[in-house]
Design a protein around this ligand. Structure first.
Ligand code: NAD
Ligand code: WQD
Length: 339
């Protein structure tokens, strides 16, 4: 079975391609490399000992998509392609809606024309906004999102739900990721943020490796155990295996369905700093700063729906997340381009 993976050269996409190849799928990656390097895919081939096809294109290029759908008999599409920087989305909303929402619509139009109706979509826990209760279940209210990036995910979810109502041939998995971290155990692929990282763990590892001076901890006055923000960090390889489970599920189920992909555990910023220090043996210099605009105090999942329905559960511990993130950072101190 051949699967089209949009955005497959990126962080979560490349780890998922490893899982797909290991599970026997053939893979075609379509990526415009706007936030990634094709080097990741060469490394995926090294890790798995298998070949994949790479198409350098944009999901908004309808003609290229049609060509691709004629060329391959895809059984499904896993759709990672999207822009994901929250701050950038506030400054450039049109670019975000065009790329994420517009791109997804073009992709679905091409799928429909080609008779391919199986889709796994990268959504985000951000669609829950600031829930009143923890842990977060899939049936919690969504949409209280404060930035265009998050809103683009919420809009896409609704578009895909409408699509599945209009035409029962669609089978769609909406996967709401919590906070993906870590890297493949080989240290060969991992997260390679452009410029100064927005996310916590890449920031910590870049301080440890000497690329950045000091971590700013955004707020110590939340009502959490130590006052710093709490999140549900999930190993990217666990997240990747969730996609393969969702693909299996879609073979026998139509409609659009939602699953949380998280561990069900919350860790604070200081938990993360201390766990990293313990695993790496490096001290992470940090200072407490004011809260970051738009941040919430805590966010963690109830992942039991995915366990029940997909037979999926995160396996890797916080220790493993740290060890793998650190191995990737040490082996590739400047990411893919200069390692
Ligand atoms: P990433 O930036 O590493 O990967 C996204 C990939 O999509 C990149 O390779 C980029 O070049 C490509 N891309 C972007 N726009 C494209 C377009 N128009 N056409 C073709 N390719 C395009 O990001 P990631 O962390 O791997 O995230 C993958 C998906 O998961 C994204 O949709 C993101 O919004 C979503 N997500 C990520 C997180 C996270 O914290 N990393 C959390 C929740 C959801
Ligand atoms: C985690 C915690 C920060 C950096 C973001 C997006 C979300 C999703 C995942 C895609 C928070 C604190 C962080 C730093 C810090 N992406 N922090 N110093 O904010 O939960 O989610 O990425 O869908 O949409 O909003 O993740 O890693 O940025 O922050 O203190 O330098 O670390 O305040 O408590 P977040 P994060």
């Amino acid at each position: 079975m051949v699967v089209l993976v949009t955005g497959g050269a990126g962080y979560i996409g490349s780890h998922t391609v490893v899982e797909l190849l290991k599970s026997g799928y053939d893979v075609v990656v379509l990526d415009n490399l706007s936030n990634s390097s094709a080097e990741s895919l060469l490394r995926v081939e090294k890790i798995t000992g298998r070949k994949l096809e790479f198409v350098h294109a944009d999901i908004r290029e309808r003609r290229k998509l049609d060509e691709l759908f004629r060329q391959y008999d895809f059984s499904a599409v896993i759709h990672f392609a999207g822009l994901k920087a929250v701050g950038e989305s506030v400054a450039e909303p049109l670019r975000y809606y065009d790329n994420n929402v517009g791109g997804t619509i073009t992709l679905c139009q091409a799928m429909e024309a080609a008779g391919v109706f199986r889709l796994v979509f990268s959504s985000s826990a951000t669609v829950y906004g600031e829930p009143e209760q923890m842990p977060i279940l899939e049936n919690f209210t969504v949409g209280g999102v404060t930035n265009p990036y998050g809103r683009s995910k919420w809009i896409i979810e609704q578009v895909l739900e409408d699509l599945s109502c209009a035409d029962p041939r669609w089978s769609i998995a909406l996967l709401r990721y919590f906070n993906p971290v870590g890297a493949h155990e080989s240290g060969m692929i991992g997260e390679d943020p452009d410029g100064v990282p927005n996310n916590l763990l890449p920031y910590i590892t870049q301080v440890a490796v000497g690329r950045l001076q000091q971590l700013s901890v955004f707020g110590d006055d939340y009502s959490t155990k130590d006052g710093t923000g709490v999140r549900d960090y999930i190993h990217v390889c666990d997240l990747a295996s969730g996609h393969v489970k969702a693909l299996d599920f879609l073979e026998n189920h139509n409609g659009a369905q939602v699953w949380n992909l998280g561990t069900g555990h919350g860790y604070s910023v200081l938990d993360m700093v201390h766990a990293f220090e313990e695993v790496s043996g490096c001290k992470v210099d940090y200072k407490i700063e004011p809260r970051r605009t738009g941040d919430i105090g805590e966010c963690w999942s109830d992942p039991s729906k995915a366990r029940r329905e997909l037979g999926w559960q995160a396996q890797r511990s916080l220790h493993t997340m740290m060890a793998d993130a650190w191995r990737w950072q040490q082996q590739n101190p400047h990411g893919y381009e200069h390692s």
